[in-house]
Design a protein around this ligand. Structure first.
Ligand SMILES: C[S@@+](CC[C@H](N)C(=O)[O-])C[C@H]1O[C@@H](n2cnc3c(N)ncnc32)[C@H](O)[C@@H]1O
Length: 271
């Protein structure tokens, strides 16, 4: 693995315990409430009962397991062994092991790690693409994992938000960044509450919406929809307000900027 991904892996391994223990993820509450997929996800994909779904960069499996609970046969993939261990144990605790497998691999090696298997759905959730230096190659990974007629669901942080300073007050970075010029961060904190991290260095990349869409259509996927949202799922900037649905939104007295986005795409079926 290239050194920048190696550093990210060490950082992610150090985040897993902190995240599992955090109020942000609230694992015990999640086990009790036993949630299925989000309503917006079901609206986009249906319930996927009996369908196969691979979740790329699944972290410790909470989003993955929601789909198993809805009846899908799910595979979660992440490069962090600590995350995969926690995901496997969470599947057991949730009673969902039968419909679930978790695989430890770099996303760029996913097809090989999954023995060339193809899926009905590739699912990618918030906080994923910024960890990947090359989004065009990622598009090829998605295409290789989809069965004919298979669909991609991608919901991620909007790349425009990475142009801002930490307070979200000023645009200080370009929207169009070079692949060899990642953001380099040294931070003892993560996006959840909890203890300080033991490994602080990360490398992150911003990919424009145009690059992400081009990565998919360049691999023969058909774009079904691209929606930019004025909400996100975490307190990315101090001035965001949490609404009654638990979404973080731009307050009315501020300019509405995009905070996250969703792409739906599919591979044409053979007939
Ligand atoms: C913010 S988390 C994703 C959270 C996710 N939305 C969820 O289900 O909770 C990002 C994940 O990407 C993983 N990751 C980062 N780079 C990766 C890579 N090159 N290959 C595989 N996983 C990677 C990290 O280990 C981490 O679990």
């Amino acid at each position: 693995m290239e050194p920048r991904l190696e550093a990210n892996l060490i950082n992610w391994n150090s985040r897993v315990r902190v995240h599992v223990d955090s109020r942000f993820y609230d694992v015990e509450g999640w086990l009790l409430s036993a949630p299925g997929p989000q309503a917006r996800e079901i609206e986009a994909l249906g319930l996927l009962k009996g369908k196969t779904l691979v979740h790329l960069q699944c972290h410790f499996g909470m989003d993955t397991l929601r789909w198993a609970r809805a009846g899908a046969i799910v595979t979660g993939l992440d490069f962090s062994p600590a995350a995969i261990d926690e995901a496997t144990s969470l599947a057991e605790r949730a009673g969902l092991s039968e419909r679930t497998s978790f695989v430890c691999a770099n996303v760029y090696d996913a097809s090989q790690a999954l023995s060339g298997k193809r899926f009905d759905v590739v699912y990618v959730s918030l906080g994923s693409l910024c960890w990947l230096p090359d989004v065009a190659t990622w598009g090829g990974v998605v295409a290789d994992l989809l069965a004919p007629g298979g669909r991609l669901y991608l919901h991620d942080v909007h790349p425009f938000t990475s142009c801002f300073d930490d307070d979200g007050e000023r645009v200080i970075y370009g929207y169009f960044e070079e692949p060899n010029n990642p953001f380099i961060f040294d931070s003892t904190s993560t996006y959840t509450d909890g203890e300080e991290l033991s490994a602080t260095r990360t490398y992150e990349w911003s990919h424009s919406i145009g690059e992400i869409v081009a990565a998919l259509i360049g691999q023969g996927l058909v774009l079904d929809s691209l929606i930019e949202h004025d909400w996100t799922l975490f307190h990315q900037f101090p001035w965001l307000r949490e609404n009654a649905s638990g979404l973080f939104v731009v307050p009315e007295d501020r300019p509405r900027i995009p905070l996250s986005f969703t792409v739906l795409a599919h591979v044409p079926s053979r007939d």
